[in-house]
Design a protein around this ligand. Structure first.
Ligand code: IMP
Length: 427
């Protein structure tokens, strides 16, 4: 019953696609359990580069069944264009399964996301503008539209009416926008029904049966621990639970079924959007990390904010997710620095603090306390085992492991599929 959760241990964009893809050949099901097309995975297979937003990265592995769980929010137009884009490149997507309970991102959710951000002005979250937050808000307010609703036009119309009743008041009276017509939305959504029908399934049943049959199931988190609605840097977060518990609710499997929780950890830190980031760099080191690491959002094309590794965050991720392992990514990006600072604690109002403060105000005031580790200049992209790494790179990895509270079981040394050092097998 091997059920693994793979999730971002920082603010997302840690390189999860590569990690999922590495396991792809041995995994029977890859499941997304939260988020939507706000995520972005880049997967490199041979000389081909794929940018996925909504689909689980297992879609690229012919033996794997990709699953979009009930906890995901689905924009049908994005999903269909992502599928046809892959089909045009010869990728077979026919095994995809979509939960009938997953919520639909409607055109009015996207509109509300954009106008709300504009209205917030300087206080904006910096969302991806894909309608994620408003769709989850509708879900919790019990006015959401689910995938299964596409197959009953009368119910769908009633639900869209109920949702737009209030929204149109807000759009016209508060935001000075035009009202959105119910018929138009229903017509657009019904237009997707037939195309999506072959994929819609009772994914909870399928996944639990798969686990009973000893299949390998991988739950793939979008975004990252610090973007979690409950455990992240609220309000500068996404509107779902990327943390490990989210895999249970977002896919309908019990916590007793999860055997391993792997945190993807970048060898430095990045974030997109607004919000606190203690180790953020505003100098040429930050520019160099951005340039060498290719730190530009897969989904939005925005430059990512960059900074040194933060062990306080890594320890926090270990705790809230119950991590059993880390996959350290992009170690090669640090090649060439003589000295590499690592944040080991914070200083908050003159006091040294070892753990992430629960108070938002304290976190906003946190100043990083650095320890400096010696760097390396040798090319590490061809390293196949830990002992192939230069001594200083080995020591950097060992120091991170000690500070972060879980074993580093794999190390990414380049973007390619085979540019990974496996230390302990994940299966
Ligand atoms: P939303 O998820 O579009 O509502 O955006 C909320 C916050 O999460 C913003 O700061 C986004 O930049 C951030 N975010 C959403 N998805 C990702 C992701 O996949 N990687 C990194 N940041 C993300």
């Amino acid at each position: 019953m091997p059920a693994l959760v793979l999730l971002g241990a920082q603010w997302g964009d840690e390189g999860k696609g590569k990690a999922t893809d590495l396991l792809g050949g041995s995994v029977d099901y890859v499941v997304r359990y939260q988020g939507g097309n706000n995520a972005g995975h880049t997967v490199v297979v041979g000389d081909q580069k794929y940018a996925l937003h909504l689909l689980p990265s297992g879609i690229l592995s012919p033996t794997c069944t990709p699953v979009i769980g009930n906890g995901v929010v689905v924009d049908p137009s994005v999903l269909l264009s992502e599928l046809s884009g892959l089909n045009e490149r010869g990728v077979d997507t026919s095994k995809l399964l979509i939960s009938g309970n997953a919520h639909i991102i409607t055109p009015y959710n996207v509109t509300v996301d954009k106008v709300t951000e504009r209205f917030l002005g300087k206080r904006k979250i910096g969302t991806t503008g894909r309608g994620i937050g408003p769709t989850y808000a509708d879900k919790i307010n019990r006015v959401g539209i689910r995938v299964q609703d596409l197959y009953d036009e009368s119910i769908l119309t009633q639900k869209v009416e109920a949702a737009l009743d209030v929204k149109n008041q807000i759009l016209t009276k508060l935001y000075n926008r035009r009202a959105i017509a119910v018929d138009q939305v229903v017509e657009e959504l019904v237009g997707y029904a037939e195309k999506l029908a072959p994929y819609v399934a009772d994914t909870v049943l399928v996944l639990n049966q798969a686990l009973e049959d000893d299949k390998v199931v991988l739950f793939e988190g979008g975004q990252g621990t610090l973007l979690d609605i409950d455990h992240g840097t609220y309000p500068f977060v996404t509107s779902s639970n990327p943390t490990a518990g989210g895999a249970c609710t977002g896919a309908g499997v019990g916590p007793t079924k999860i055997s391993r929780v792997i945190g993807i950890l970048k060898a430095y830190t990045t974030r997109v959007g607004a919000g606190p980031f203690p180790t953020e760099l505003f100098d040429e080191d930050g520019d160099a990390l951005r340039r060498i690491g290719g730190e530009r959002g897969v989904t939005t094309g925005r430059d990512r904010r960059c900074g040194w590794f933060d062990a306080v965050i890594a320890r926090y991720a270990t705790r809230v997710n119950g991590l059993t392992d880390f996959f350290l990514t992009k170690l090669d990006v640090l090649t060439g620095w003589e000295q590499i600072p690592v944040c080991v604690a914070y200083e908050i109002d003159g006091k040294r603090v070892e753990e992430l403060p629960y108070s938002q105000s304290d976190f906003h005031h946190a100043k990083p306390v650095y320890e400096t580790l010696p760097g390396w200049s040798e090319d590490i992209t061809k390293a196949k085992s830990f002992s192939d790494l230069p001594k200083n790179a080995q020591n950097y990895v060992k120091a991170l492991e000690e500070m972060s509270g879980a074993p580093i079981s794999a190390i990414g040394v380049g973007p390619g599929r085979d540019e990974t050092i496996e230390i302990n097998s994940f299966l």
